[in-house]
Design a protein around this ligand. Structure first.
Ligand SMILES: [Zn+2]
Length: 764
């Protein structure tokens, strides 16, 4: 062999190797393509360049219609070519006969006839696009005797015919495509469209819309779900329902109510979670609940296994966006997350050493100090009224719940081995005996002392089952009380209450259960009276609201300074107005009534349910009916009720049935006179919906319901006669008192409330 021919042979071999490598690369990419569109669009250039062809078209068989379909991207749309499985086109014939076709000139009738007399070239696409088809090489795509499609190359660049090596290579590509399309088809059934099957079934989404969305999502590099929601305006809940059905797991959305799972976040990095789109939510029945956008993703499940060795998981499917929001919420901002991460990782490190070294907590234990401070600050930021620290025996983690607008919600969990450290820290902050763990204790935290905001907390500890110790902290915010006209009084109640508190002497009671806002109302009244001309003494336990100008005394029963003692001292201290936190015993109450009869305005609260009931309760306590009837100005019963979220409440047409039932609850006799809203077809009320502002529960904030019983002459007479509670109530309503429920129903008609919430707080 000459060296020349050897060189040629080497050259030939080299280019053969390069060619084989490129062909192999294409086959590999087909194999690893994650969806059909990737094969259709991404590989186009590679294939045309390998075969030195102008165009490549991939047709997929649509067995139902016995046709070939090819999708291609035009300027701004995805278009489709449809060809019947017949001899009327080259690709159609190739599919029909399951045979390779190689023609030099598609317009050469004789050349086509030599292959099959029936074979035609379909000129429509050339005519539409201005392209002139010459050489065509088409190969059927078959897998296990299933015809899946046709791959067709057009116009060899040099103008020469496709050669044998092209035929062999195209067969190889077709074989790989066969496998890929076959698995793809199976997967498409299970995955790509499967995820959205429910939407397709319910006609929320059409197949072609979904296909467009898939391509758009790939182009914009966003999740298909977000295209469905933002561009196709499909409701998020419908998308989630479809995902839930497909993955057969529950769904989760971001809300501000999601408790922060402190012990699960320890050691996890925010950027990692963000990049991998999963986040642990809580531990439930020994399984870690995880929000993830694809609960079938084995790779990420592997990550979770590595990070939580030996744990079982329960997955919830969530949209990527929600997962990011949850991560953001858990981490507050970067810096804070760094804090909590640091706090918890220090805890985790130390926990091995400490394990259950119950009493040993050092005040300088930085992580615990930070954690307690963070709990208090977070609770304040979320507008909570109380913080509950609830440890459990054994290895169960400590629960921290906070009360917002009257309801408790889980705020966070703390690793179990830190339960006593946290409780001890709070006891140190509130000057309690940290060695006494069997008896309840109360104290107070002045948060300012610990480098925090100007917040005060009243602290109560209680021994609980299993040798544990619970802590409950009431947040006493130093906020200004609301002016009376912002307290949600109805017009007539506001006028009457102002009139009552404008008296120079007499006694006024605000009544209701704990947490009904009695103290707030009293302070609003005091704010109205608080001028330089007037001397106001208050005795409170605790002092929850402070006002400049008031002289406020914290009672201290342990040293003998109880409400009665404070009252007696006030009487020697030249008062105009006296406010007493609570009157629950005979002594305090009778001093109060005496004081009000000797020229002082006295305000206090009672733990009674209704205004008429308060009268009988006071008489039962042994009050002199004549003194009491002289003293009484008014009794205000109050409840706090959750208001509809102003952002999302929705008005709706009130049905006649609902109108009648509301009128009946109000009392038909009074409804027409006092409410005076006749039924009309366009009468609208509001109902809850739920949005981000209100944590999706439809209610946000609270307002007061009032029942104001005025000390009219008729009422005074009934008191003197120690009348029955029903008599007093009937009389009071006749005199114009609206009951708590009536006030609630009026506020329903004003659009602030719904009946559900009103019923929750008042029986009558
Ligand atoms: Zn809302």
């Amino acid at each position: 062999m000459t060296s020349n021919s050897k060189n040629r042979q080497i050259q030939h071999l080299t280019s053969e190797v390069v060619y084989r490598t490129r062909l192999q690369a294409i086959c590999n990419r087909i194999n690893s393509a994650s969806d059909l569109d990737e094969i259709l669009i991404d590989l186009k250039d590679d294939i045309t360049s390998l075969f030195a062809a102008d165009r490549v078209t991939l047709y997929i068989v649509n067995a139902e219609n016995r046709e070939l379909v090819s999708r291609f991207k035009s300027a701004n749309d995805i278009e489709e070519i449809h060809l019947p499985l017949s001899a009327k086109s080259i690709a159609g014939w190739c599919a029909l006969k399951n045979r390779l076709v190689n023609v030099r000139n598609a317009y050469d009738i004789a050349e086509l006839a030599a292959i099959d007399p029936a074979l035609r070239f379909d000129e429509r696409w050339d005519m539409q696009t201005g392209f002139t088809t010459r050489q065509v090489l088409a190969h059927p795509i078959v897998f296990k005797n299933y015809l899946l499609g046709v791959i067709q190359l057009m116009n060899r660049k040099a103008g020469s015919a496709f050669v044998e090596i092209d035929e062999r290579s195209l067969k190889e590509v077709s074989d790989i495509l066969g496998i890929a399309l076959y698995t793809q088809k199976r997967l498409t059934k299970r995955y790509a469209t499967g995820k959205f099957n429910l939407l397709l079934q319910n006609h929320r989404l059409a197949q072609n819309e979904l296909e467009k969305a898939i391509i758009q999502a790939r182009q914009k590099n966003v999740a298909i779900e977000s295209i469905l929601i933002s561009d196709l305006k499909i409701a998020k809940k419908d998308v989630l329902a479809s995902l839930s059905q497909f993955y057969d797991v529950e769904t989760v959305e971001f809300t501000q109510n999601i408790p922060i799972p402190g012990e699960l976040l320890a050691g996890l990095k925010v950027p990692f979670l963000r990049n991998h789109f999963w986040v642990p939510l809580r531990e439930e029945d020994n399984r870690i609940v995880i929000a993830v956008d694809n609960p079938h993703d084995q790779q990420r499940i592997g990550e979770m296994r590595a990070l939580f060795p030996g744990k079982k998981f329960k997955f919830c499917v969530a949209l990527k966006q929600d997962i990011l929001e949850i991560i953001k919420f858990f981490s507050q901002d970067e810096k804070q997350m760094a804090d909590i991460e640091e706090i918890l990782s220090v805890m985790r490190k130390e926990s091995n050493e400490i394990e259950e070294a119950e009493n040993e907590v050092r005040e300088e234990d930085n992580a615990v100090v930070k954690l307690v401070n963070k709990i208090i600050l977070d609770a304040c930021a979320r507008g909570a009224s109380d913080i509950h620290i609830e440890p459990f025996p054994g290895k169960e983690n400590t629960r921290v719940r906070i009360r917002i607008d009257g309801d408790c919600t889980l705020y966070q969990t703390i690793p179990f081995n830190y339960r006593s450290a946290v409780v001890s820290r709070i006891k140190i902050m509130s000057d309690l005996d940290i060695t006494e763990r069997r008896k309840p204790q109360d104290g107070k935290i002045k948060f300012e002392k610990f480098g925090g905001k100007n917040i005060e907390l009243r602290v109560a500890t209680l021994p609980t089952q299993g040798g544990m110790e619970d802590v409950v902290m009431r947040i006493l915010d130093g906020n200004e009380p609301l002016p009376l006209d912002q307290m949600g009084f109805s017009e007539s109640n506001c006028k009457n209450f102002l009139e009552a508190i404008s008296n120079p002497y007499g006694i006024i009671f605000v009544c209701g259960p704990t947490g009904s806002g009695k103290t707030t109302t009293l302070h609003s009244a005091l704010k109205h009276l608080n001028t330089t001309k007037t001397k106001i003494w208050t005795a409170e336990d605790p002092v929850e609201i402070t006002q400049k100008g008031l002289r406020q005394v914290q009672v201290h029963p342990k040293i003998g300074l109880d409400f009665a003692a404070a009252m007696r001292s006030f009487l020697r201290a030249d008062p105009d107005v006296i406010m007493v936190g609570e009157m629950r015993d005979r002594e305090t109450t009778s001093i109060g009534i005496q004081a009000s009869l000797t020229g002082h305005l006295v305000l206090s609260t009672l733990h009674t349910n209704s205004a008429p009931e308060s009268i009988t309760r006071l008489l039962d306590l042994g009050m002199d009916p004549f003194n009491f009837s002289d003293a009484i100005l008014c009794i205000l019963a109050q409840r706090l009720v959750r208001t509809l979220c102003k952002n999302c409440r929705q008005s709706y047409h009130l049905s006649l049935e609902e109108y009648t039932s509301l009128a009946r609850e109000y009392g038909l006799d009074y409804f027409n006179d006092r409410v005076n809203i006749p039924f009309k077809d366009d009468l609208m009320l509001n109902k809850p919906v739920g949005c981000d502002d209100c944590n999706r529960n439809g209610y946000r904030g609270r307002m007061a319901l009032h029942e104001l019983l005025m000390g009219t002459d008729e009422i005074k007479l009934l008191i003197q006669n120690t009348a029955k509670i029903d008599e007093i109530r009937t009389r009071a309503i006749k005199d114009g008192m609206t009951t708590l429920k009536q006030d609630g129903i009026e506020k329903i008609f004003n659009g602030h409330l719904d009946l559900l919430q009103v019923r929750k707080v008042c029986i009558r």
